[in-house]
Design a protein around this ligand. Structure first.
Ligand code: SAM
Length: 275
């Protein structure tokens, strides 16, 4: 670790020190002319590789690290190869993070990694996401239909992107080592954004992953209404949420929306009506 710098837990600082892992991230980068956005450059170990490839827009919350980065990348900043934004990326991120097409490439702070990925999936300017996250989160994002990790995060992601784990990374590759295993995921977006109402619907579908899908949905919709939709789509009533595919969820959502057709049939709506 750099002399005098103490990793701050509150900012999720685990610095990636393994050159082989860093090189593999660079090898996995999509080949295109998009700008690179890096969230949390830290000590600049990944940044150093990235600025060799293209110009980079970075966002770092830790003022001490910002100072260090300004010195370390003085030349690249002067040559306009690196732009350093000091501040909390989640506060800076309104609509689009930057005004041109970009790929997000980063070793993310794990405490906000899912939040950042969802924001990037919603950001039309973001085209690809290549990020290090906790292995558990990587599995949830990339899981396939039928796997136990397959949940709302998998369906949301795979509705707009092709998702894969490019490498798993042990704690020893970082300084200080995190308590968990990590993985790099590559999300290649084929759609510019997802429908936020659909993601709210998915939260209901997966609210209790071990219960049946029918049971989860019946907390929000009439049972007879659901029975009609399930039989129309050939979904058996004891289906568990992880057993449907991403496409099945789109069909289910579309059928429910079309059948509701503005009618006040959800239980919640009825409750509101009777108030
Ligand atoms: N990229 C470096 C590396 O690979 O060694 C550091 C990665 S470290 C896991 C996460 C970085 O994200 C830290 O530098 C941390 O200060 C920064 N960070 C944490 N929260 C942030 C936020 N809200 N906005 C911007 N940066 C943040």
């Amino acid at each position: 670790m750099k002399k005098g710098i103490i990793a701050k837990k509150k900012f999720g600082q685990n610095f990636l020190k393994d050159t082989i892992v860093l090189e593999k991230i660079i090898e996995s980068m999509p080949k295109n002319n998009n700008k690179i956005v890096e969230i949390g450059p830290g000590l600049g170990d990944l940044t150093k590789f990235l600025v060799n490839v293209k110009s980079v827009e970075t966002f770092e919350v830790d003022t001490e690290l910002c100072e260090l980065l300004r010195k370390k990348f003085k030349k690249e900043i002067e040559e306009d190869l690196l732009h350093l934004h000091c501040g909390d990326v989640l506060k800076i991120w309104n609509g689009s993070l930057i005004n041109e097409e970009y790929d997000l490439i980063a070793n993310l702070p794990y405490y906000i990694a899912t939040n950042i990925i969802l924001k990037a999936l919603l950001d039309e300017k973001c085209k690809n996401i290549l990020v290090m996250v906790q292995l558990e989160v990587a599995k949830k994002i990339c899981a396939k239909q039928g796997e136990k990790e397959f949940g709302s995060l998998s369906v949301i992601t795979q509705s707009v992107a092709k998702a894969e784990i490019t490498q798993t990374v042990p704690p020893a590759s970082f300084e200080p080592p995190p308590k968990v295993e990590s993985a790099v995921i590559l999300l290649k977006k084929f759609k510019s954004k997802f429908d936020e109402d659909f993601s709210r619907f998915l939260k209901i579908c997966f609210s209790q992953p071990r219960k049946t899908l029918y049971k989860n949905l019946s907390s929000s919709y009439d049972k007879s209404f659901l029975q009609q939709i399930f039989s129309r789509l050939d979904i058996v009533q004891n289906t568990r949420p992880h057993q449907l595919s991403t496409n099945d969820y789109h069909q289910l959502y579309k059928n429910i929306q079309e059948s509701l057709d503005g009618r006040y049939t959800t239980k919640q709506a009825k409750r509101e009506q009777s108030k």
